[in-house]
Design a protein around this ligand. Structure first.
Ligand SMILES: NC(=O)c1ccc[n+]([C@@H]2O[C@H](COP(=O)([O-])OP(=O)(O)OC[C@H]3O[C@@H](n4cnc5c(N)ncnc54)[C@H](OP(=O)(O)O)[C@@H]3O)[C@@H](O)[C@H]2O)c1
Length: 245
């Protein structure tokens, strides 16, 4: 896979799970990686583990002004931005009747509002580098699943925003794609993993017969970020071992 030496990659939610595996994969290819998240201790631990090519920025992407500050700090520290991975996300399992206004707002602020604001703030820098955006969606955006209406609909918004932004930013040389993971072995999937019946059902519907690992998704994010995907934009690539085929 191609080299990312001298490239700067910003990964929201880069301290854990898919974001951390993606940071690690970019570092292995020579990139400098900025990771963000709300928990300072998590970011510090991940930075120590991944080494000096990682730069942590503590911040909440769902708060007004958060995305602008994160992009500004990235540029003032490194002077460029080549890849933006909109990975920070949140969700809640449960029927809509048990989903509060606060839950819905938090899901949409984190998964959709923040993504749009981050892309807006990053556009001028990505235009300079002819860079790429990779949005982390979910297979939940593409099929029927029980008890995830707020989360799944927010990820459907991510997928449509991916197409619209690809059209808007393509003339500036910026590609915008999404990666849609199936169930992956991270903290956000804890509720599903601990529900044996649901876990069994999902694995039974996955031709590859297992849960995804963060590295499985990281590999696809790298593919979509590099010049090998230079003629691909506005697409969502499922990375779920064939779930929902
Ligand atoms: N695991 C799966 O089965 C699965 C399947 C489909 C899609 N996805 C998507 O994959 C992405 C990564 O999730 P994951 O599976 O790796 O789970 P995860 O380990 O829980 O990662 C979520 C990350 O987002 C960060 N985050 C959440 N809210 C934030 C906010 N307001 N501001 C800044 N950072 C925030 C979290 O850090 P802090 O809490 O420290 O802020 C955390 O590092 C998410 O978009 C998720 O929806 C996951």
């Amino acid at each position: 896979m191609e080299n990312f030496e001298n490239k700067v990659v910003l990964i929201t939610g880069g301290g854990t799970g898919i974001g951390k595996a993606t940071a690690s994969a970019f570092i292995a290819k020579g990139a400098t990686v900025v990771i963000t998240g709300r928990r300072q201790s998590v970011l510090e631990e991940t930075s120590q583990e991944l080494g000096p090519q990682v730069y942590p920025i503590v911040g909440d992407v769902s708060k007004k002004g958060g995305p602008a500050r994160i992009v500004e700090e990235t540029i003032s520290k490194f002077g460029r931005l080549d890849v933006l991975v909109n990975n920070a996300g949140t969700g809640k399992m449960g029927p809509l009747s048990e989903t509060s206004d606060e839950d819905i707002e938090s899901i949409y602020r984190t998964n959709v509002f923040a993504l749009l604001a981050l892309v807006r703030e990053a556009t001028v820098h990505l235009a300079n580098s002819k860079g790429a955006v990779v949005n982390i969606s979910s297979v939940a955006a593409q099929g029927m699943m029980p008890a995830v209406a707020a989360y799944a609909s927010s990820k459907a918004a991510v997928e449509h925003a991916t197409r619209l932004l690809a059209a808007e930013l393509g003339p500036m040389g910026i590609r915008v794609n999404a990666v849609a993971p199936g169930l992956t072995n991270t903290d956000i999937a804890a509720d599903v993993k601990s529900n044996e019946e649901m876990l069994g059902m999902i694995i039974a519907q996955t031709p590859m017969g297992r849960l995804g690992e963060p590295k499985d998704i990281a590999n696809v994010v790298l593919l979509m970020s590099g010049s090998g995907a230079g003629w691909i934009t506005g697409q969502s690539v499922q990375a779920g071992g064939g779930f929902l085929l």
